[in-house]
Design a protein. Structure first.
Length: 357
């Protein structure tokens, strides 16, 4: 091991642990000691500064009451909605458990194999061919249960669905019958007569024998001729006869005397007192005058017994002949007395529309 030498060349015999007053080694150790001391002082100062800042933060910290109030202002977290468990009923079969309710309004779509396709139903009702019915559906002209249908091949229940084309109802139930009869004079408005007199039932006897259950809508007295409707739709018949629906009926009456159109018409429109209460007409018009008689047209919606005859008799013009020519949109036309005519699709649709069906 080499021994450090002095400047004069003699070996240095001092202890290695002693610190020389001068020299490179002493200067290095002194620098290190100074730096260590400085770091110690800085560390102690940092600890004292940190403690001071902690004390300051502690003194500036909010009170527990303020902290609680601030926490109370925070919005609560949204709670997850938990769906209630499904209710089961032992009184229902499994296929009816937890079934979503059907939406109100519109047509309920039937599954494949049930009901009939809409275009086929329209074709059977005489609206158009299947191809033409498909074009009507594509054009948005057909509605089912109040909703416009554009879907091809939609299956419906003809027994319950309400189908309209261009706003006019189409009767698609095959069993419904609507017939116009020109009742002859002298025939009874009954389906059978105990006295053996000719009646409406005699004219439709073949249809009744075939299984059709028909009844007449309202009555015409024996001496009155003209239009009488027969059907097996009870709802339609009831509404056509009920005065609240105000379905107009038109009569042509040949009366005695020359009628003053203005005076008589005004009196009939204002109302005439009869034995069973006041009555009035909706419209009145004189059509012909001559030879002591007049042909007049009377339109009204009341259905009391002999109402037209009694009204005209009350104004001094007894009826000689009376013919009913219209019931709502249905016209007698040139139909011969004693004959039947099946109503057309438009006529049936307008009848239902007149009574809000």
């Amino acid at each position: 091991m080499n021994t450090p030498a002095r400047r004069d060349g003699t070996p240095d015999r001092r202890k290695r642990g002693a610190q020389p007053e001068r020299g490179g080694a002493s200067r290095g150790s002194s620098s290190r000691d100074a730096r260590s001391a400085q770091r110690g002082i800085a560390a102690r100062g940092a600890q004292q500064g940190g403690a001071g800042r902690s004390a300051q933060r502690g003194s500036a910290a909010p009170s527990p009451q303020r902290h609680t109030a601030a926490a109370g202002k925070k919005k609560p977290k949204p709670q997850r909605q938990v769906a209630p468990p499904p209710l089961l009923s032992n009184a229902k079969p499994a296929r009816h458990q937890n079934v979503e309710p059907a939406p109100s309004g519109g047509h309920t779509k039937l599954p494949w194999g049930e009901g009939e396709r809409l275009q086929k139903v329209l074709a059977k009702a005489g609206v158009a061919s299947r191809r033409a019915a498909e074009e009507m559906i594509a054009q948005g002209r057909v509605e089912v249960d109040g909703m416009i249908v554009r879907e091809q091949g939609l299956r419906i229940d003809p027994q319950h669905a309400v189908v309209r084309v261009d706003g006019t109802r189409v009767v698609v139930r095959e069993e419904l019958v609507h017939v116009a009869l020109n009742k002859p004079k002298g025939w009874q408005s009954t389906m059978s007569d105990d006295l053996g007199r000719p009646c409406v039932g005699d004219i439709v006897a073949e249809r009744i024998a075939a299984g059709q259950r028909l009844f007449h809508v309202g009555r015409l007295d024996a001496d009155t001729e003209g239009l009488l409707l027969l059907t097996n739709d009870g709802d339609l018949a009831h509404r056509l006869m009920h005065p609240s629906y105000e379905v107009s009926k038109t009569y042509l009456a040949t009366v005695q005397g020359e009628v003053n159109n203005r005076a008589v018409g005004k009196r009939l429109r204002e109302g005439v007192e009869l034995e069973d209460g006041p009555a009035k007409v909706d419209r009145f018009q004189v059509l012909e005058l001559g030879e002591g008689r007049s042909l007049v047209k009377v339109v009204l919606h009341e259905g009391r017994k002999h109402i037209v005859r009694r009204l005209l008799d009350a104004v001094g013009h007894p009826v000689v002949r009376l013919v009913r020519t219209h019931i709502g949109p249905v016209a007698l036309g040139d139909q011969r007395p004693g004959t039947l005519r099946v109503l057309g699709r438009d006529e049936i649709g307008k009848l239902y529309e007149a009574v809000s069906l």
